[in-house]
Design a protein around this ligand. Structure first.
Ligand code: NI
Length: 262
């Protein structure tokens, strides 16, 4: 059984077949799914999906590209949603310097506020960090405490940076990118990161693994990621499945184990 720790099933790419697709996941070995909020609207949709699908959980948070719509009132709304039973993380939050907008200071301000929110609500964080390794590390270090934990989603940095995140106890989300031809840096990092710190994720509808690259991604393609990760780590796909499942339960403590759901 697999745990897809990062999805966007609220995305319009799933408007045509969301219900049959999601309903089919458990029969295909996808036991648990976390849908990550990115905008206020996608958080609302995430909450609806949490109510509709027993195996689906939510991360509540605003993506760095969406922070312009935040203010105190909306922040309070986010905080209230973090108290929901099936809200299992704060995310996805972070820094994205790939585009010029929103300005770095605004991204940093809301990243810091949402890190503090996670601490206050005692929830793990799901971090989106692109071309912003140094600032991400600095900001995490500034807020870091013994109990703070989370995952660097879609890990894209070097193994040297991985060592720093590991020292802070973070997990690493690995998905379709590891199957790409040009994934040498990621494979190097994945070989270095201990298997008990790796989580499986799709980031669907984005980043479909080879041979579906460029197409709409879904949790159904996770086995391709498992295969590649098994090859990189020199273990069996079965071991990758079992260990990453345990890792996800260890990090997302609000997600009940299979068969113990209420
Ligand atoms: Ni995402």
């Amino acid at each position: 059984m697999l745990f897809d720790t990062h999805t966007h099933y609220d995305d319009e790419a799933f408007d045509e077949d969301r219900e049959p697709l999601l309903t089919s996941l458990p029969a295909h070995g996808i036991a648990k799914v976390i849908n990550a909020g990115a905008t206020l609207a996608s958080n609302e949709k995430t909450i609806r999906l949490m109510q509709e699908y027993p195996f689906l959980y939510g991360a509540i948070g605003i993506h760095p590209e969406g922070v312009k719509e935040l203010n105190e009132e909306k922040y309070q709304w986010l905080k209230e949603q973090c108290g929901l039973e099936k809200a299992v993380a704060v995310g996805e939050i972070g820094l994205d310097y790939y585009w010029d907008e929103p300005e770095k200071e605004l991204q940093k301000y809301w990243f810091n506020r949402q890190l503090k929110l996670a601490k206050e609500m005692n929830l793990p964080v799901i971090i989106h960090s692109r071309e912003a390794a140094k600032d991400t590390i600095d900001m995490l270090r500034q807020e870091w405490t013994e109990t703070m934990t989370g995952v660097i989603h879609c890990y894209s940095y070097t193994k040297e940076s991985a060592q720093i995140f590991l020292e802070m106890g973070f997990y690493f989300g690995i998905g379709g990118v590891i199957t790409f031809k040009n994934a040498r840096k990621l494979k190097e990092a994945a070989a270095y990161i201990p298997i008990d710190k790796i989580l499986l994720e799709t980031d669907c509808p984005y980043l479909a693994p080879v041979p579906y690259r460029g197409k709409r991604n879904s949790s159904l393609y996770l086995p391709g990621v498992v295969q590649e990760l098994a090859a990189v780590k020199g273990i069996t796909p079965r071991e990758v499945e079992e260990v990453t499942m345990e890792n996800a339960y260890r990090l997302f403590t609000k997600v009940p184990r299979l068969g113990t759901e209420r």
